[in-house]
Design a protein around this ligand. Structure first.
Ligand code: CDP
Length: 226
């Protein structure tokens, strides 16, 4: 058992389907702290726009309707990940749909959306030790995090993992389409003007292409020494 300092923040960033969420979830479990999936918040905003027929290009309208969007995470330690409530409704499954993935990356480019969600992410961490995963956690949300990890994997391997997940949920998509979507999302996330995806200078790089989940979790766990 590790000797753990009272309150800590661990930031895990990286491109889509690199294994961030699975790693972050299991690491939080091993460390006995809270896990927060920041991407789920961007997905919830994307889902809100789809459900309410709001034009994704209408940034002005989206900024105005942000006040009508309430996002809550009610289960920090669930082994299946966070439970996400959008205006009180459980949307944990709905936010994983491919259309929502695309919308999440589009809303993630908008300053007003980021300001609202970053504030929420910081609020949650105020009294708790956390492992949070996302795209800008080590660069913007918690620049002073105790540990920063940047997780990458070859795009074909990432697509294979995402395709596998979609198959299990009964979504029919070709592997080629999944590769194209991941490449589009990585490009959008890393070239956007606000908080683009990039490795924080002080983050530890982990390539999970040839690692099992248990191997990647253990590798990171062993590096943590408070
Ligand atoms: O699970 P996956 O890696 O596919 O994506 P996600 O973590 O659920 O994030 C969905 C989208 O939200 C990303 O493509 C980013 O555009 C955006 N995001 C972000 O901009 N900043 C974060 N901290 C987390 C997610």
């Amino acid at each position: 058992m590790k000797k753990i300092k009272k309150k800590f923040v661990i930031a895990i960033d990286g491109p889509a389907s690199s294994g961030k969420s699975t790693t972050a979830k299991q690491l939080a479990d091993k460390l006995g702290c809270v896990y927060i999936d920041s991407g789920a918040m961007y997905r919830a905003v994307g889902l809100y726009l789809i459900e309410n027929g709001i034009d994704i290009k209408d940034e002005k309208k989206i900024s105005v309707c942000l006040k009508d969007i309430s996002i809550e995470i009610i289960n920090y330690n669930n082994e299946d990940g966070n439970i996400i409530l959008l205006n009180g409704k459980d949307v944990t499954q709905d936010i994983r749909k491919p259309k929502v993935s695309k919308y999440s990356s589009l809303v993630a480019r908008m300053g007003a959306v980021r300001t609202k969600l970053v504030e929420l992410q910081r609020q949650i961490s105020q009294r708790k030790s956390i492992v949070m995963d996302g795209r800008d956690i080590g660069t913007v949300v918690f620049p002073n995090a105790d540990y920063k990890f940047y997780i990458i994997a070859d795009v074909k391997e990432r697509a294979r993992r995402r395709w596998d997940e979609l198959q299990k949920k009964g979504e029919t998509k070709s592997l080629e389409d999944v590769i194209k979507e991941l490449e589009w999302r990585d490009e959008s996330d890393s070239t956007r003007k606000i908080s683009p995806l990039r490795k924080p200078d002080d983050a530890i790089l982990i390539d999970t292409t040839f690692l099992t989940i248990a191997e990647q979790v253990n590798k990171i766990y062993q590096m943590i020494n408070f």
